[in-house]
Design a protein around this ligand. Structure first.
Ligand code: OGA
Ligand code: NI
Length: 351
């Protein structure tokens, strides 16, 4: 079983799409989440993640900048999620990445199968679900994951794909680089603090395409189950379809992205570095029955061989280290070796 796209498009009769999903795609926990409810629309519309204006964050006006930095700090403390507007990444580039990703999934399966890898650290990896070797039920999601920094890897097909991805990943690193400066100051440190602590210049960056085909029974299936992201910061670009939800006070909140915005979230390595000040929030991706949803995530972390621990400057006598040190690479292996579920991997290293 290599792709859910194939299942979504297969037909037993003359209709062009399947009518129901195979039993192994029925996500058991979906409706039996006793500890969480989904806000109804009216409530959900009033609950929304903070918005950060990137142009204010890099403003030469000190008052504007410091206000934006304060808002950024509050967003990281209270939510671990925010919407980023006025980020300077051209809309044409964002659209091109989404189009290129669709073209990649328009290729015959065989063209993607060469990247179907056993090793989780393969620089280019294509697959379905999360880790089919450990899962009992499958996710309604295909993926492409490429290591794009410090060394750039991307499929050579379709034509122009690699160039588009490279240009986008470079922009994404610039945006994250600026966010890290704001975050450093919000933590009471100098501007380049996070860059140094996490070795950003030689840091690991991963490019991920999440491809969620149209699903005939969206309530029964799951795109990505509840999880937290492993890195420091993730930048998420989405096509016009919604599906991302985050857990807040045992309630799933749907995120409605503003036009031309990114969703940014803090990951597990950020929570470790800041000794729990900036938490890595649990989120999931639900699927829909209207059309294919595509999201592009770029995850930014320290170099894979770096050992991550709460940063010395951020621990105090009354705030002792709350996480054991762990090599980033080993942390990723740990996450990959388990079924993706609500329990964050941070639980394994909490002191
Ligand atoms: C992820 C993720 C959400 C989405 O890739 O880690 O949470 O909506 N994606 O695709
Ligand atoms: Ni995620």
């Amino acid at each position: 079983m290599f792709s859910v796209k194939k299942i979504a498009e297969s037909s037993s009769n003359n209709s062009s799409v399947v009518e129901c999903i195979p039993p192994e795609y029925v996500y058991q926990n979906n409706n039996s989440n006793e500890d969480s409810v989904i806000l109804d629309d009216e409530e959900a519309q009033n609950t929304t993640i903070p918005t950060i204006d990137f142009s204010q964050l890099i403003s030469s006006n000190p008052a504007d900048r410091s206000k934006a930095i304060q808002e950024l700090g509050t967003a990281c403390t209270d939510w671990g999620f925010f919407m980023l507007i006025n980020h300077g990444v051209p809309e044409s580039l964002r659209e091109e990445v989404l189009r290129a990703s669709q073209r990649f999934y328009d290729l015959p399966d065989e063209d993607r199968k060469q990247y179907q890898a056993g090793d989780i650290f393969s620089p280019i990896k294509c697959g379905t679900s999360f880790n089919v070797n450990v899962e009992k039920t499958f996710l309604w999601r295909d993926y492409l994951k490429c290591h794009v920094h410090p060394h750039f890897h991307a499929p050579s097909n379709p034509h122009g794909f690699s160039e588009t991805i490279e240009a986008y990943c470079k922009k994404s690193r610039e945006v994250i680089g600026e966010l890290l400066k704001g975050i450093s100051i919000s933590l009471g440190q100098e501007e380049k603090y996070m860059h140094k602590v996490m070795n950003y210049e030689s840091g690991f960056q991963m490019f991920v395409v999440n491809y969620y085909p149209r699903c005939p029974m969206p309530e029964q299936a799951m795109g990505l189950p509840p999880h937290s992201d492993h890195g420091v910061l993730t930048l998420l670009l989405q096509n016009e379809l919604e599906g991302l939800q985050l857990l807040r006070n045992d309630t799933w909140i749907s995120i409605h992205p503003l036009p031309n915005s990114f969703v940014v979230n803090t990951g597990d390595q950020m929570e470790i570095f800041t000794n729990g000040k900036y938490k890595s929030n649990i989120h999931r991706a639900v699927v829909n029955k209207n059309a294919t949803r595509i999201t592009i995530g770029t995850a930014h972390g320290p170099p894979l061989d770096d050992v991550v621990a709460p940063a010395t400057e951020l621990i105090r006598e009354d705030n002792p280290p709350a996480y054991r040190a762990i090599k980033y690479k080993d942390y990723m292996s740990l996450q990959q070796s388990n079924e993706l579920n609500k329990k964050t991997c941070l639980d394994y290293i909490r002191i």
